[in-house]
Design a protein around this ligand. Structure first.
Ligand code: NDP
Length: 271
């Protein structure tokens, strides 16, 4: 497993998402399959109703808690100071864990100032219930404000980021500021799945287009990704991305699918 080092901490670059599944049984089976396939980074959220299933799957597995990197996120209703503290404790109870590795603001909020939410999250870090804090769906400017305000470092901004939806400005910011860019919906590629360049690169390596889409993310500095699947074969296949490497020229061609990147960013990421 490849790791991304953020603020001196090694995070498994490939994680497993748990949104959008229908039942606890489906969620638990999926997380069990992911743990068996070697995933050690699990993404959940108060909003996904998947925290209990993640906890149950971890409990059933023989994976030690210290080997895992677990992220959860505060729903929109839980951004005021007391709600941050209380709802995080509830998340920990559902997970059956004494701490989460990462707690995120799920999306920007107009009602409660981010500063209030971040102050409460900082308290949770000080109390040892949360190891790191971060944000999700934040713009570059919103992320910068969070970095400037928070006592604890902003560890990640989790955003939609894929071959079809990459965000060069955010990637530059994350590299400069030592913030992890956690790429969600890496496989929701729509018509890009049939892109000729992508198909050609996949054929060259004897891999599927989705494996290339995941690998392309993992070869970018400060990027981790959290694909989701309920299908054990897909779960396994999505993790079989460490036995090949995309050439710089292939990375560049694949950046073209989402609109390309400028020469400065290409140089920064070593292309
Ligand atoms: P993904 O990009 O992970 O795509 C999931 C879809 O791809 C499912 O329909 C799945 O179907 C299919 N799929 C996965 N692997 C394969 C495969 N090998 N072959 C064919 N189909 C496949 O989408 P998500 O939106 O779920 O994003 C991933 C995670 O990111 C979420 O689960 C969640 O944890 C997080 N997220 C965070 C958000 C935020 O606001 N912070 C928003 C959205 C997501 P199947 O089950 O049949 O394999």
């Amino acid at each position: 497993m490849r790791h991304v080092t953020v603020d001196g901490v090694d995070v498994p670059a490939l994680g497993f998402g748990t949104a959008g599944m229908d039942t606890d049984e489906e969620r638990q089976k999926a997380v069990e399959a992911a743990l068996a396939a070697g995933y050690r980074h699990i993404d959940t959220a108060q909003m996904y109703d998947s925290e209990s299933a993640v906890g149950a799957a971890v409990e059933e597995s023989d994976v030690a808690r210290e080997e895992l990197f677990v992220t959860t996120k505060l729903t929109r209703d839980n951004r005021a100071h007391e709600a941050v503290i209380d709802s995080t404790q509830n998340s920990l109870d559902r997970l059956g864990m004494e701490y989460v590795d990462l707690l995120l603001i799920h999306s920007p909020d107009q009602n409660v100032p981010h500063e209030e939410t971040l102050d409460a999250m900082d308290e949770l870090v000080a109390d040892g219930l949360v190891n790191h804090i971060g944000v999700s769906n934040f713009s570059v400017e919103q992320t910068r404000n969070a970095v400037d305000h928070s006592a604890a470092p902003i560890f990640t901004n989790q955003v939609e980021y894929s071959l079809a939806t990459h965000q060069p400005d955010l990637l530059s910011f994350c590299i400069d500021e030592d913030v992890l860019l956690t790429a969600y919906s890496p496989l929701k590629l729509g018509s890009a799945l049939e892109d000729e360049e992508l198909v050609a690169v996949a054929e060259t390596h004897g891999k599927t287009v989705r494996q290339v889409a995941i690998r392309w993310l993992l070869q970018q500095p400060m990027v981790s990704t959290i694909p989701r699947s309920s299908n054990p074969d897909h779960i396994e296949r999505n993790s079989a991305v460490f036995d090949f490497e995309l050439a710089d020229e292939e990375m560049r061609r694949l950046f073209g699918i989402g609109g390309g990147i400028d020469e400065e960013l290409a140089a920064t990421i070593g292309l």
